[in-house]
Write a protein that binds this ligand. Structure first.
Ligand SMILES: [Zn+2]
Ligand SMILES: [Zn+2]
Length: 318
């Protein structure tokens, strides 16, 4: 088995909501664990409210083109730069916790001719700022205009309070479903040429999360087109896109989380996806919904799963 510097408890397990026999207590623990008391998910919801209150147009402004569009691009650029640069400094350039919690033992970042500019960091920063952020912002602007013009259905907390709250909880579940499928399509012969850019990174850092080809960004942030179908509020749109953008940065640090004084304080990494970067042909989705289990592409990190994956790939190339 390929050696790792750090792994979580193995085998990896998926969201117990989809496991049988049904264990309600385990489901409650999974959701409490992924939302409370302080979590990335909750942080993104809070940030979305702050953005909508202080750093966004209102729906009147959004009904016509204006400087607010530039404001969205600028706000998203600043947030991603702050987050990815901060995490890169903590984990990699500043080495604030050494190798504690780092999955891959190899040093990061690397250099090589496969990278834009010959450097993994330059490559990753370039594709994030020159492609990911503009495409993310363009989709956000599209939905702001559509809500303002009435092309997309709108709701408010006063209209539908339960639905308003539920949408936030549905975003990670939807992401697990949507991402699994576009990711599998990106691994097809037709589209892999685009996805290969993300896979230049066999080990990852925060800037690798959004380092993708523009075609992949269009598919990835295209998730937000669902707001043309389901009634939502602008804060849901901002949160939905930020969830896709910021969790990509956060789950690609290459580390399981932030350790301070010998204890993991914030959980971040996804060993599940780290294995995808090392092995390519497994773990297309996330642990939130068991798509990989249904379709036989799940690698739980154990030697058995490693052997199963190798058999499956041998069978395919025959
Ligand atoms: Zn990735
Ligand atoms: Zn992939």
């Amino acid at each position: 088995m390929t050696s790792w510097n750090h792994t979580p408890d193995l085998p990896l397990t998926v969201n117990p909501l989809f496991e049988r026999p049904f264990k309600p207590a385990a489901v409650v623990r999974w959701y409490v664990g992924s939302w409370l008391p302080v979590s990335i998910n909750l942080g993104i919801v809070v940030l979305s409210f702050l953005c909508v209150w202080f750093l966004s147009p209102n729906l009147d402004d959004a009904s016509s083109p204006g400087l607010w569009m530039l404001g969205i691009l600028l706000r998203n650029t600043v947030i991603v730069t702050f987050l990815a640069w901060g995490l890169h400094w903590w984990f990699h350039s500043g080495q604030k916790q050494g190798l504690t919690g780092k999955y891959d033992p190899r040093p990061f970042p690397r250099s090589g001719r496969m990278f834009t500019g010959g450097s993994q960091l330059v490559d990753n920063v370039t594709w994030t700022l020159a492609s990911a952020v503009p495409i993310w912002s363009a989709f956000e602007i599209l939905i702001w205009v559509s809500l303002a013009q009435g092309w997309a259905p709108e709701t408010t907390f006063a209209d539908t309070p339960i639905w308003f709250v539920l949408v936030f909880l549905l975003i990670p579940i939807w992401e697990s479903f949507y991402f699994y499928w576009i990711h599998r399509v990106l691994h097809s012969n037709v589209l892999y040429r685009f996805h290969a850019l993300h896979h230049r990174n066999t080990d990852v850092g925060p800037w690798s999360g959004l380092s993708m080809h523009p075609v992949e960004h269009l598919l990835y942030f295209g998730t937000v087109l669902i707001h043309f179908v389901v009634p939502t509020h602008p804060v849901h749109v901002v949160c939905h896109l930020m969830y896709f953008a910021l969790t990509a940065v956060i789950t690609h640090t290459g580390f399981e989380g932030i350790w301070v004084r010998g204890r993991k304080r914030i959980h971040m990494g996804m060993f599940h996806h780290q294995m995808h970067h090392r092995f390519f042909e497994c773990n297309y989705g996330s642990l939130e919904m068991p798509w990989d289990k249904f379709f036989g592409t799940f690698h739980d990190g154990t030697d058995d799963a490693d052997n199963r994956m190798r058999d499956r790939l041998k069978g395919r190339s025959r």
